[in-house]
Design a protein around this ligand. Structure first.
Ligand code: GLA
Length: 728
């Protein structure tokens, strides 16, 4: 088991294959201290790192008490007792007092990992992981907190959360309940975060860690296009394959903070959890609050190590269900093909063309329900528009099934249009404040999913729709941020709970859906990539990456996404040209190459393609069939970044048995007199011999990695090549 307690040293150790995490109880006041996290070490006696006895303080010797909390590295810092950095837990009493301090009470260590009620979380059995539950207490408040740590056996990952219980007899109010903290000395760290906007999600930003607080957060009600609930600290000289990296990622789909803070003595504190400004939670006597989970990953082999740990964790221990390990069907989605302007005949035309080329599924996007022909009405009215689809979804799905294809459907269950039957019948179902006109966005309002009756109303409709036809895939969309966040049914002192209760409501709905339709393939989406977070991956093994479907813009979006998410989670489609996003013209072949590593599909009117383009589809699908499993199940390496070099882009995936490697290269901008590009490959077996599909040459893994792969020179912009290396 990867977790043990050294009673003599009063140290808990959590070991993963390449890392050690030490928690110390050595502090005389009983605070739970953080002693060490980093490369694997055999020692338990690392308490000298705490510096609890600063020798330089003369009065220390005279027995005078000093504020030890000011600099002590802590596991779950609170407030009001002398730690002036960010707190994980903030509590207010009925009298308005705001002081809290946790000291050790007891602990349990066991194999496996408990589920977090109502929340998404990583999972693992006795053979996969071990868990430490450290129980702490604030005597004066009657508050107890269990800190949960799970160490995975085969991954350099530790998952953390906290369960906070009011064991006293008076109500308490939580004003912060974060999930994890990591206190460290600065080691010339860079801070890495992912930022963006609609259609430009997850752009990588790396900058030196500086004084004060810095980080990312969302108060939009969703994890958002703008910020990703992730941060990493990388040693300044760390690169793809070298150096130490500490990452934190939040398994949650609502408001969050991810923050690094550097204070006196270059002490660094990293925290992650539910955003504090938009949060408040009343904890009555006997009640408890479970925080969502934060994933900590450590790598001593640069960003590759971090990426691989997160990819493997999410593929094996976060996603669930029958689709987790199955090849995902290639699809054609009608959104950019028709928008709202379709009927059964048009869809069947597309389906016939798709079936003839081997595409496996047709996804019917927005516009099939209520009287929706524009985006300003009918959300909430989840019954089929028979004018467009006579015979309903059943007849359409049957026709599509007859062509040998699966049928999938778009829904946006969290929303209501003011112009809808649902809103006219139940205006109070929408989030809004009496006497104030709610802010519309895409002419829609958000349903108060914290309420069971609202969830039931939506769910009953969904259940009926999904039972009415053979629907094997659902794209669950969410097209606006939350505003006017007020609940009709919550008391005044509980209004601060609404954002989180909303997210719990979404999770509850998706859980019900998967329970009742266990074979369903779910793809989450929020105006493109606005809800690409680990929380959503617990319900859907794939997520729509971005509404930006231009192949060249997608390079950077997918690079940022793949830094922390497996390629098997990224919806990626060959879209129309000129691009509906930015008007760019790119070859059909290149669009195929850019989409290939993800969950592959088409999002254009297939009936309008040229014969030459149509003829390319079977080849693209064949590549997806053959190499999709390598991209989706293998180890991913970023070889070159167009975002950095402004010229070309390359990624690589190596199958776990290292017998096949695929290099996906996009030559973006031509340059005069460019020598051919040399790519140093990674991840191959040095000893094995591989043949290149491009040149036919056979060379050792060492040769391909240390000599490099010479790419063919290309004239023109937006070209590309797929190069396969197979063991001979
Ligand atoms: C969002 C999605 C798109 C499409 C539209 C439909 O923007 O990201 O893919 O489904 O909604 O309205």
């Amino acid at each position: 088991m990867g977790i043990s307690y050294n009673q003599e040293a009063r140290v808990f150790r959590l070991d993963t294959p390449g890392s050690t995490y030490l928690i110390s109880l050595v502090d005389e006041m009983g605070f739970v201290c953080h002693a060490y996290y980093g490369r694997k070490i055999p020692d338990d006696n690392m308490n000298y790192l705490l510096r609890v006895n600063p020798q330089f303080l003369p009065f220390r010797e005279s027995g005078q008490q000093t504020n030890v909390l000011d600099e002590l590295p802590l596991e779950y810092p609170c407030h009001g007792l002398g730690d002036f950095r960010e707190s994980c837990l903030r509590v207010e009493t009925e009298e308005g007092h705001r002081v809290c301090g946790l000291t050790y009470l007891s602990h349990k260590i066991y194999g496996g990992k408990p589920a977090l009620p109502g929340l998404p979380a990583t999972h693992g059995g006795q053979e996969d992981c071990a868990t430490l539950e450290l129980r702490c207490r604030d005597e004066a408040l009657g508050l107890e907190v269990s800190l949960l740590y799970t160490a995975f056996e085969n991954l350099d990952v530790i998952c953390r959360s906290a369960r906070i219980e009011n064991c006293g007899d008076r109500p308490l109010r939580l004003t912060a309940a974060l999930s994890a903290c990591l206190d460290m000395d600065n080691r010339s760290f860079d801070l890495i975060t992912l930022h963006g906007s609609w259609a430009y999600e997850r752009m990588i930003n790396r900058r030196p860690l500086s004084w004060g607080k810095q980080g990312v957060s969302s108060r939009r009600g969703i994890s958002s296009h703008q910020e990703q609930p992730f941060l990493a600290l990388a040693e300044r000289d760390a690169n793809q394959s070298h150096g130490q990296v500490y990452a934190m990622h939040f398994v949650y789909s609502g408001n969050f903070i991810a923050q690094a803070e550097m204070r006196q003595q270059e002490l660094v504190r990293v925290v992650m959890g539910i955003d504090t400004e938009s949060f408040g939670w009343k904890l009555g006597p006997g009640e408890s609050f479970q925080t969502p989970e934060a994933v900590l990953a450590y790598s001593s082999t640069g960003l590759d190590g971090m990426t691989h740990a997160l990819h493997d964790l999410y593929r094996r221990h976060l996603t669930r269900g029958p689709w987790r390990d199955k090849p995902r069907p290639s699809l054609v989605n009608n959104w950019e093909a028709t928008y709202f302007d379709f009927d059964s005949d048009k869809l069947l035309d597309i389906a016939r063309t798709a079936a003839g080329r081997g595409i496996e599924m047709l996804v019917l996007d927005d516009g099939w329900f209520g009287c929706r022909n524009t985006d300003d009405n009918s959300l909430g009215d989840w019954f089929v528009n028979e004018k467009k689809l006579p015979g309903g979804l059943k007849r359409l799905a049957d026709e599509i099934n007859k062509l040998g294809m699966k049928f999938g459907l778009w829904v946006e269950p969290e929303m209501v249009s003011p112009d809808s039957e649902l809103f006219r019948a139940h205006p109070d179902y929408a989030l809004q404040i009496p006497g104030r006109s709610p802010m519309l966005s895409r002419t829609q309002l958000v349903l108060d999913l914290s309420r069971e009756e609202v969830r039931r109303c939506v769910y009953d409709q969904l259940h009926k729709v999904l039972s009415s036809a053979n629907i094997e895939y659902v794209k669950w969309d969410m097209n606006r941020s939350l505003t006017d966040v007020a609940g009709f049914c919550l008391e005044a002192d509980r209004q601060g709970e609404l954002f989180h209760r909303y997210v719990l409501g979404v999770y509850d709905l998706q859980e019900r859906l998967l329970h009742d339709f266990p074979d369903l393939l779910l793809e989450n989406c929020a105006s493109g990539g606005g809800r690409f977070d680990p929380g959503m991956l617990y319900y859907s093994p794939q997520i729509w990456t971005s509404d930006n479907t231009d192949a060249i813009d997608r390079l950077r979006i997918q690079e940022g996404t793949a830094l922390i998410y497996p390629l098997s989670t990224m919806g990626a489609h060959v879209a129309a040209c000129p691009s509906h996003t930015n008007g760019r013209v790119t070859p059909f072949e290149t669009r195929g190459l850019v989409s290939l590593p993800g969950c592959f599909g088409y999002e254009l009117d297939l009936t309008k393609l040229t014969g030459e383009e149509l003829d390319m589809i079977p080849g693209q699908l064949e590549n997806y069939r053959k190499y999709g499993p390598v991209f989706h199940g293998g180890d991913y390496y970023r070889l070159a970044s167009y975002g950095e070099n402004q010229e070309y882009d390359a990624l690589m995936a190596v199958s776990k048995d290292k017998r096949v490697a695929v290099v996906d290269y996009v030559h973006v901008m031509s340059r005069q007199q460019r020598r051919s590009v040399l790519l140093a490959l990674r991840g191959l077996d040095e000893e094995k011999r591989y043949r290149s599909s491009e040149s036919g040459e056979i060379r050792s893994g060492a040769g391909w990695m240390y000599g490099g792969l010479l790419l063919p020179t290309m004239k023109g912009d937006f070209l590309g090549k797929l190069i396969v290396l197979e063991e001979v």
